[in-house]
Design a protein around this ligand. Sequence first.
Ligand code: SAM
Ligand code: DTB
Ligand code: SF4
Length: 344
Amino acid sequence: MSVPGGGRWRAVADAVAGAVAVRHDRSVDEVRALYRRSLLDLVGEAMAVHRAVHDPSDVQRASLLSIKTGGCPEDCAYCPQSAHHGEVDLTRQGLMKVDEVLAAAGNARAAGASRFCMGAAWREVHDGRAFERVLAMIEGVRALGMEACVTLGMLERRHAERLAAAGLTAYNHNIDTSPDFYAHIITTRTFDDRLRTLRHVRDAGIQICSGGIIGMGESDDDRADMLQVLASLDPHPESVPINALVAVPGTPLADRPPVGGLDFARCVAVARILMPHARVRLSAGRRGLSDEAQTLCLVAGANSVFYGEQLLTTPNPERDDDRRLLGELGAADARAAAVDAAAE
Ligand code: SAM
Ligand code: DTB
Ligand code: SF4
């Protein structure tokens, strides 16, 4: 499709491309000042950076599966899977079988997902049969031609090396919030523990997927500081999930008010400006956003979503709604379009 004024825009985008700065040395003060700029300015700059580096019609669809659910010994205040939050209505489930996981991955692929993310409610990885089973899941997902991501908690270097050998594309390990706010949210591990795991992942040659959660009672400076830490990683994470808190009854954060679309867009825009080449993922919390708010986030540089009716334990937008929205925006992916055509 030809876009009116597209040629003029391309020239602007090419000019910006040469000027896109990939920096790892931004100070806390610099990022806090960036975060406070007017939203119109931020979205404008983020869109220019995004279009200079990425094809804006390329929106990755990543599907999630909880392969081991609940009973986690960590006390993350946001998380319905923590064993510390006994009031949460959640059915615990042991580690799934490899063939069940691969059937779910195959379904996600058929529906248009290109990445399959498997999450386990573990504090950390242990050697043994459970880990060997996860390695088999990764090999199976890769054999389906999909990118594979896992999030298994903390790990040691030897675990990262085994994951790399199994063909893992990316390891998700969120820093979740700012260094200052961290202890208000989690007391059973430290911010530095998180960074240590990320170093092992990077050293093993696996892509890093790391982001955080907004809407937990943190200040704007905390949000900026979280993004500053991510942007200080060298190289930057390949994926940066921006989650809005899903406030689950029975967790200590159950009564937090929902994050507004403009706050979501501000965070996305700053992430895009700071980390031009990353996949910025509009992650949990999308269900409460209007089409227009999601569109603003995609204009501001988000280029990935979680796709499928379920996140780990909570609902996500319906697949059909996402297909319709992404189609209307001109971001339909070829495989999803073929699935739609076959269904008609
Ligand atoms: N146990 C592992 C860990 O914490 O790294 C992996 C699974 S954990 C559920 C993965 C991520 O999900 C967390 O780091 C957090 O960012 C996100 N998450 C969990 N509960 C959430 C909620 N209620 N709202 C938004 N994000 C959430
Ligand atoms: C990420 O940043 N968000 C996802 C994924 N990585 C593992 C998890 C969101 C979980 C939301 C709450 C739930 O469904 O349990
Ligand atoms: Fe456990 Fe991960 Fe949930 Fe924290 S976020 S309680 S580590 S499953």
